[in-house]
Design a protein around this ligand. Structure first.
Ligand code: DC
Length: 206
């Protein structure tokens, strides 16, 4: 990677740089975030994993994910969100996360944790947050925002070759159907809609 200086003067005095990376499922945000985190020595928070872990807790408790009231009450009382649970990265957990992520009480429950991580990253150098609403809702004041996107077909192809390389079998058509279904869920909710904040750079991987 060539030189990518972050101008410390753009952040408030004494504050670490925060890089917000938003975009839809399978757009390559994870790869970009890991590369930037390694390049700058910043701490990385995959906020999707928080939603996945919360959804898994709700499912394990036998709750109906369509029941907003019950889910809202449950997450408000949830003391610890375990992001180390097994199988969080599967498409079925991703889809559950997408379902519950439309509930305002759940988003509020996860808000402070994300903002606190951004303001006080463990290594103290800077934070990179990977999500859907980082540049618009969680850290709207940071000047460092990227919205990474591509067509559903390109994202599905990407995921298909990732899975093939990992020796996992799945058809391109079923991956494309999953990507389109998740886009529809993530884009049609009423809060924290995923969109590029006005002065973000929109990047499309090829
Ligand atoms: O990035 P991901 O696939 O791990 O995210 C899983 C789901 O969680 C995603 O479909 C929508 C939701 N999510 C969200 O609403 N806001 C975020 N900042 C991150 C994820």
């Amino acid at each position: 990677m060539s030189d990518l200086p972050l101008d410390a003067r753009k952040m408030g005095k004494g504050r670490c740089p925060i890089v917000a990376i938003d975009g839809p499922a399978a757009s390559g945000k994870g790869t970009l975030c890991r590369a930037l985190a390694a390049y700058y020595g910043f701490d990385l928070l995959d906020t999707g994993l928080l939603y996945r872990a919360t959804a898994a807790h709700c499912a394990d408790a036998g709750l109906d994910l369509e029941d907003e009231e019950t889910i809202s009450r449950y997450v408000q009382n949830l003391q610890h969100i375990d992001t180390e649970q097994a199988n969080l990265r599967t498409e079925s957990v991703g889809s559950m996360a997408s379902k519950v992520s439309r509930y305002p009480a759940l988003r509020t429950r996860l808000l402070d944790y994300q903002r606190d991580f951004a303001a006080h990253p463990p290594a103290g150098k800077g934070a990179i947050l990977d999500g859907r609403d980082i540049g618009t809702v969680i850290c709207p004041d940071t000047p460092y925002k990227i919205f990474l996107t591509a067509t559903a077909e390109i994202r599905a192809e990407r995921r298909f070759s990732e899975m093939k390389n990992a020796g996992k079998t799945s058809s391109y058509d079923s991956i494309l159907a999953d990507v389109q279904k998740r886009d529809a869920q993530d884009q049609n909710r009423e809060i924290a809609l995923m969109f590029a904040a006005s002065f973000e750079e929109a990047l499309a991987p090829t």
